[in-house]
Design a protein around this ligand. Sequence first.
Ligand SMILES: [Ca+2]
Length: 71
Amino acid sequence: MRGAGYGNYNLISSVNDKMDSWINRTGTNAAGYSNANGSGDCQTFHSNSKDNNVNFANSDEVSSWKTNGGC
Ligand SMILES: [Ca+2]
């Protein structure tokens, strides 16, 4: 859980490749990446939105994320 405006951040190993839902309560789009350091497949976490069960293709793959813009 973070505010808007943060750059890329790598997930720790205990939650790496585990994300299956998200909520974005900020007014800024955020994004998650399948690989560390903002690389690989990207999915946008739209502002003021949520997804309780991420699409199969994007589930359990996020390894890094940012809150300063979408993909
Ligand atoms: Ca990954």
